[in-house]
Design a binder for this molecule. Structure first.
Ligand code: FAD
Ligand code: SIN
Length: 531
């Protein structure tokens, strides 16, 4: 079955929906998304969106904070355009009906939050459920637009490039994607003039992650298979504070809690962050996560504590209603007692390399949001710059993609998906075992602190798993689980390859064999499949 559209958007988080709304001004948009449409990392974003919205703040300061967190690898021109694009994009969200929290008694002013690495209060938020509010408003606007349609429970399998069209000698280009209808188990061919990857992050490649289950690195894996350049995969951000509880699934405790003065303590109640950084709890995230990891390892502790109980219960409940309630469900009253926390994998700073308009090196293919490496984050993302980046780049990419649509040529007929010799599998246990092994390997050997020996060990294990998956992939009919496993194995391989290549420590990549940064490595790590 072949479906035609002008713009194919893969993913329905902040990046995909923001792009869809603007692209729809020029043509038909089809959004494919692998779960129900709201399910995304965006939905769970807590702290908010960083932007210069206070008269006392300045673009220069936000730029400086971003560069400092990024450890020398941010692209300054990208930082400038993202920071300066922020206020207009925030106003657009308000125009779509996003209700950001205002200051008590001063309804015209935003209640700006503070997070690590920021020299000022500049995080606009909707209580502690910013993502839910943004996703709600974007979805509502998209659903009201007659040019935008959705295919839920549809998972992109692979990009279709000119190489896949028999006899076609035209220049390398993206022509759409194969998409698996997860409910019916059949693969559809989608032909598009412009394709956007907005598939989010890779958190599920690690055993412990703040990310929802959709974060399996599908965008980076598909782009890599298609021959795109992938950048900076070694820079995986670990969020310092997720709730430590066997059933809490690494529930995030927003950095905004530390922004309101919460203190990190050892089990005996002593604070420790001043020993690591002058900004203590509000140091950049890489510093805080490493400090916690170190304290836990030297003491053999399974968690540290986060204490905001110096504030009144009224303040805590009002400022952090969702976090307060969730902790309560797990038996902790954060307004009265410290809560146990641990770091967990949170954000991919690298991804599919793009230019200043979100275009990848495969013509016709754009990447926006967490799946993209735009040059904004460098070696470590500044808190709450992710939603901001997605908004600014969705806007820029949509402008460029609309121009591209005007120049579009007649489309070729695309080959249908070839099932080959594949048959139904009765060994789904292989998928779950390999999935588990990848996540444990990455957590144990490619985590917050790395060594050459551990990275080599991970490389060997991931390579073996990749081989096994490849065989399984060609022999059996594809399922959502198998596709996600294949993508996880691909991104795990990319992360390990990039981490082995970087012979220094910088930002989020810390290798005990090379503990210092080196000017020789002050560059992006670029990987491109050669075969
Ligand atoms: P997502 O929102 O993750 O959306 C990806 C979409 O792609 C989903 O719809 C998914 O189903 C779909 N998809 C994936 N693969 C496929 C496929 N193969 N086929 C079809 N569909 C697919 N950042 C901030 O700036 N501020 C915050 O306060 C903040 N808080 C956070 C809190 C949590 C708990 C988490 C996990 C992250 C937080 N982040 C925050 C990071 C931020 O939320 C994400 O980086 C951002 O939402 C990513 O948006 P996105 O549109 O790129 O991807
Ligand atoms: C948080 O609320 O701590 C998450 C912010 C982010 O990831 O930018």
């Amino acid at each position: 079955m072949e479906i035609e559209t002008d713009f194919l958007v893969i993913g329905s988080g902040i990046a995909g929906l923001s792009f869809a709304l603007k692209a729809a001004e020029a043509g038909r948009v089809l959004v494919v998304t692998k779960r129900e449409r709201k399910e995304s990392a965006t939905l769970y974003a807590q702290g908010g969106i960083a932007s210069v919205l206070d008269a006392k703040d300045s673009f220069d300061e936000h730029v400086q904070d971003t560069l400092e967190a990024g450890g020398g690898l941010c692209h300054p021109e990208v930082v400038k355009l993202v920071v300066e694009g922020g206020p207009e994009r925030i106003q657009e969200l308000i125009g779509l009906g996003v209700r950001f929290t205002r200051r008590a008694g001063r309804q015209k002013e935003f209640d700006l939050g503070r997070e690590g690495g920021h020299s000022r209060r500049r995080i606009v938020h909707a209580e502690d459920l910013t993502g839910r509010e943004v996703e709600r408003a974007l979805l509502r606007a998209c659903e009201r637009n007659s040019r935008i349609s959705f295919l839920e429970h549809h998972m992109a399998v692979d990009l279709i490039t000119t190489e896949k069209v028999p006899g076609r000698r035209k220049a390398w280009r993206c022509l759409g994607a194969y998409v698996l209808d997860l409910k019916r188990g059949l693969i559809k061919t989608i032909s598009a003039q412009v394709t956007l990857l907005a598939t989010g992050g890779v958190g599920k490649v690690y055993l412990y992650t703040s990310n929802p289950d959709i974060a399996t690195g599908d965008g980076a894996a598909m782009a890599s298979r298609a021959g795109c350049t992938i950048a900076n995969m070694e820079f995986i951000q670990f969020h310092p504070t997720c709730l430590y509880h066997p059933e809490a699934k690494s529930f995030l405790i927003s950095e905004a809690v530390r922004g309101e003065g919460a203190v990190l303590k050892l089990k005996d109640g002593s604070p420790f962050m001043r020993n690591y950084h002058a900004q203590a709890e509000l140091a950049p995230r890489d510093v805080v996560a490493r400090a916690i990891d170190h304290e836990m390892k030297v003491r053999g502790d399974d968690h540290v504590l986060l204490d905001i109980s110096h504030h009144s219960a009224r303040f805590v409940r009002k400022r952090f209603p969702n976090i307060y309630q969730t902790c309560k469900q797990f038996g902790f009253d954060m307004s009265k007692e410290p809560i146990p926390v641990v770091p967990a994998a949170h954000y991919l700073c690298g991804g599919v390399l793009t230019d200043l308009f979100g275009a990848t090196d495969l013509p016709g293919l754009y990447a926006v949001g967490e799946t993209a490496a735009t040059g904004l984050h460098g070696a470590n993302r500044l808190a709450s710059n992710s939603l901001l980046e997605a908004l600014v780049f969705a806007h820029r990419a949509s402008q460029q993609a609309r121009k591209e649509l005007r120049k579009a040529e007649a489309r070729p007929a695309l080959p249908a998906w070839d099932v080959g010799r594949a048959k139904d599998s009765d060994e789904s246990v292989v998928v779950s075992h390999n999935w588990d092994e990848i996540r444990r390997t990455m957590w144990n050997y490619v985590g917050i602190v790395r060594t050459d020996k551990r990275l080599q060990r991970a490389k060997r294990r991931i390579a073996m798993i990749q081989e096994e998956i490849a065989q399984y992939y060609w022999d059996f009919l594809v399922t959502g689980d198998l596709l996600e496993l294949r993508n996880l194995a691909t991104v795990a391989g990319l992360i390990v390859q990039a981490a082995i290549a970087r012979k220094e420590s910088r930002g989020l990549h810390f290798n005990l064999d090379y503990p210092q940064p080196s000017d020789a490595w002050k560059r992006d790590t670029l990987i491109r499949k050669t075969s």
